[in-house]
Design a protein around this ligand. Structure first.
Ligand code: ATP
Length: 260
């Protein structure tokens, strides 16, 4: 479905060239949850911005259903098919809008007719488990988890095929984080939505991803099925990363409750 092909991204900073992404290749298949892990500065968010076409690569390209997203045909509406949720919902939610307005905004922007507006709203709020009593509230009147649910409902309004979640739960407390991870998993299982999950958190990766890619200094050094990566990491850096974050005896380890 999504194919990242030989993508490189360079930045110029004070006459120095930074290679944020270095010849990366991978695919996200329909219905898959792919996690990208790697230390800070390894290029994960840059890759997410490229996938969202917020920036262009210097080399290579990205294809969605075999169409080059940087040179799409006119009728190809990529931004309805791929949506992103960010770490901090406060930044993506306009504080002046109500929950109802926020969830409808993508439909309004994309000029989608809203004949059955109420039903659509009820359906989206039900999917993300937001009580209907919150419809007229503003973001400042919601908890962190409720805000992230609004952000997810908004991103689902256009019925995307792929959700890019960049550290989408890292600003939340452990219980709320568990609920949002559970929600992402059920969206994947029930709606079949593919998810590209960018995270530092190996417990989340282990709990819900089908495959994991490990990034180091702009390169994708290893990509495998989740169990294989945890049980049989090949690269020294992957071993180091797992040693630093994996659950081992005597180390506290969170379990995410996911329904399969
Ligand atoms: N606009 C920019 N200008 C210059 N350098 C940038 C820019 N954006 C990112 N970089 C650099 O590119 C590299 C990759 O950054 P990126 O934010 O993608 O890493 P990351 O893996 O997402 O890190 P984190 O986990 O801390 O969010 C870093 O060296 C960063 O400093």
């Amino acid at each position: 479905m999504l194919q990242v092909s030989q993508v490189s991204k360079l930045y110029k900073h004070r006459r120095k060239t930074i290679t944020a992404i270095n010849h990366i290749d991978f695919t996200v298949n329909k219905g898959e949850i792919i996690a990208l892990v790697g230390e800070s500065g390894s290029g994960k968010s840059t890759l997410a911005r490229l996938i969202m076409t917020l920036e262009k690569p210097n080399k290579g390209s990205i294809y969605f259903n075999e169409i080059n997203i940087f040179h799409p045909p006119k009728a190809f509406d990529y931004h309805r098919k791929v949506q992103m949720i960010f770490q901090n919902p406060d930044r993506s939610l306009n504080p002046r809008m109500t929950v109802e307005e926020l969830i409808f905004e993508p439909l309004v922007i994309n000029r989608i007719p809203l004949e059955s507006k109420r039903n659509k709203l009820l359906n989206l709020m039900e999917i993300v488990k937001l009580p209907i009593s919150l419809t007229k509230r503003h973001p400042s009147e919601l908890s962190g988890g409720q805000k992230q649910r609004v952000a997810i409902a908004r991103s689902l309004a256009l019925q995307p095929q792929l959700l890019v979640a960049d550290e989408a739960t890292s600003s939340l407390d452990a219980i709320t984080e568990n609920q949002i991870i559970h929600l992402l998993r059920s969206l994947n299982k029930e709606i079949g939505i593919s998810i590209l999950l960018i995270t530092h958190d190996l417990d989340i990766v282990r709990s819900i991803s089908d495959r994991v890619g490990v990034m180091q200094q702009g390169r994708l050094i290893e990509m495998k099925r989740t169990n294989n990566l945890f049980n049989d990491p090949k690269e020294a850096y992957t071993k180091e990363l797992l040693d630093a974050g994996i659950c081992v005896p005597f180390k506290r380890c969170r379990e995410f409750i996911v329904n399969d």
